[in-house]
Design a protein around this ligand. Structure first.
Ligand code: NDP
Length: 401
């Protein structure tokens, strides 16, 4: 029998919901590349329920306990006295969500003697020291594609929110004002602007497709160039490296994974190559940007706005400067955990667990590391190494609460 240790975010302050804003979710069968949605044998939840919090349990308890496995669910994840760290030595499987990541550092992996499988309930396994996982032969899997379109929608929303100055205008309504001039002195149309996407994978391409009807000029950079057919269909200009794209863009959006190659890619030097007054949107990972360089660029006017939902570490300490810097449109890490996305990744985690417990292969597209090397989707988009350093700071959030 196995011990499955699952880290999820806290329940809503008012308690687990008893009703929802909508009755149902649209039914999707396939993603645009033909990949099927998760196909577990069964699910024990109703799509549309809150599954990503502690009481939601990703809808897994019945399934696991009926088979005699031990299922531990907690939000207490940071520091040596956390329930996560105490339960880790007995865990065969760890499940964690990027929104509330249980950082699996090298030190923690060394303590997790029984650990064989680390599942990301979502996309982005940078909270795992992949180098250490590979060396210990731990399989790392994520639910590829489950929330890519959720994030692409968020990208479009954040681009529009920044350029059109939505958030300060909304705040004037709350303050009972009608201050049109205050609202519009920083408001523009995106029509005609040049948008550059860093990483034209599932999220990046979906973002560009969704932006096309706004009559913007679309540029992108990636390791691998998209096919000529897609470039023509969406109207894309390719750049072999990020540096040549930067001076052209009014808006840059990040959709590449965090791995050693992209850590702090957007530092003072690269930001200085952007057009003065450009906007930067980051729904990929906080650490792709140098925290203080972003603050400096907003203060100097080099950036006109920065928005995103990803931070480092997570949860962000109360005094994280991105909470208070000018002209930002930050949210907590939410874009990939809408109720729509949760239904997909909870089903995907169940599919991965069914495969693992029945000794069947996990889909190749879900694999990040396996059998001592990068594998599946991970072999395509990641580089080996470690991007978890500094995550100890996450404990500050709990200490300051
Ligand atoms: P994909 O793997 O489909 O796409 C990532 C793309 O980034 C790939 O095309 C990859 O290149 C490219 N890439 C990798 N390194 C670089 C680099 N140095 N410069 C330019 N491009 C690079 O992943 P998704 O689109 O599904 O997700 C992307 C990331 O978004 C995730 O890794 C995760 O960090 C983040 N994410 C955030 C969520 C949220 O809630 N905010 C939810 C889901 C994901 P290639 O494969 O061609 O080598």
């Amino acid at each position: 029998m196995s011990t499955i240790l699952c880290v999820l975010y806290d329940d809503p302050i008012g308690g687990y919901p008893t009703s929802y804003a909508r009755e149902d979710l649209p039914t999707l069968d396939r993603y645009p590349n033909g990949q099927t949605l998760p196909t577990p044998k069964h699910i024990d939840f109703k799509p549309g329920q809150l599954l990503g919090c502690v009481s939601g349990e990703l809808g897994l308890r019945k399934f696991l306990e009926e088979q005699g496995h031990t299922f531990i669910v907690t939000s207490d994840k940071d520091g040596p006295n956390s329930l996560f760290e105490k339960a880790l030595p007995d865990a065969d499987v760890v499940i964690s969500q990027p929104f509330w990541p249980a950082y699996l550092t090298k030190e923690r992996i060394a303590k997790a003697k029984k650990l064989k499988l680390a599942i990301t309930a979502g996309i982005g396994s940078d909270h795992v020291d992949l180098q250490a996982a590979i060396e210990k032969g731990i399989t790392v899997a994520e639910v590829t594609y489950c929330n890519s379109h959720s994030v692409a929608e968020h990208n479009v929303m954040m681009i529009l929110a920044l350029v059109r100055n939505y958030i300060p205008s909304y705040q004037w309504v709350i303050k009972k004002g009608w201050n049109i001039a205050d609202c519009v002195t920083r408001a523009y149309d995106i029509e005609g602007m040049t948008v550059g996407i860093v990483g034209a994978g599932r999220i990046g391409l979906a973002t560009m497709k969704r932006l096309k009807p706004f009559d913007v000029k679309l540029h992108y950079t990636d390791h691998h160039r998209l096919s000529e057919t897609i470039e023509k269909e969406v109207g894309l200009t390719y750049h072999a490296n990020v540096e040549t794209m930067m001076p052209l863009c009014d808006i840059v959006a990040l959709s590449c994974p965090l791995h050693p190659e992209t850590e702090h890619l957007f530092n003072d030097k690269l930001i200085s190559k952007m057009k003065r007054g450009a906007y930067l949107v980051n729904t990929a990972r906080g650490k792709i940007c140098d925290r203080d360089a972003v603050v400096r660029a907003l203060e100097s006017g080099q950036l006109a706005g920065y928005a995103g939902d990803v931070w480092f570490p997570q949860p962000a300490p109360k005094d994280h400067p991105w909470r208070t810097m000018p002209h930002h449109g930050m949210t907590p890490h939410i874009s990939g955990t809408t109720l729509s996305a949760q239904a997909r990744y909870a089903a995907g985690v169940r599919e991965i667990l069914e495969c693992w417990l029945e000794n069947r292969p996990i889909r190749n597209e879900y694999l990040i590391a396996d059998k001592g090397k990068l594998a599946g989707a991970g072999a395509h988009s990641y580089t080996v190494g470690n991007a978890t350093t500094g995550s100890e700071e996450a404990i500050l959030f709990a200490e300051e609460t």
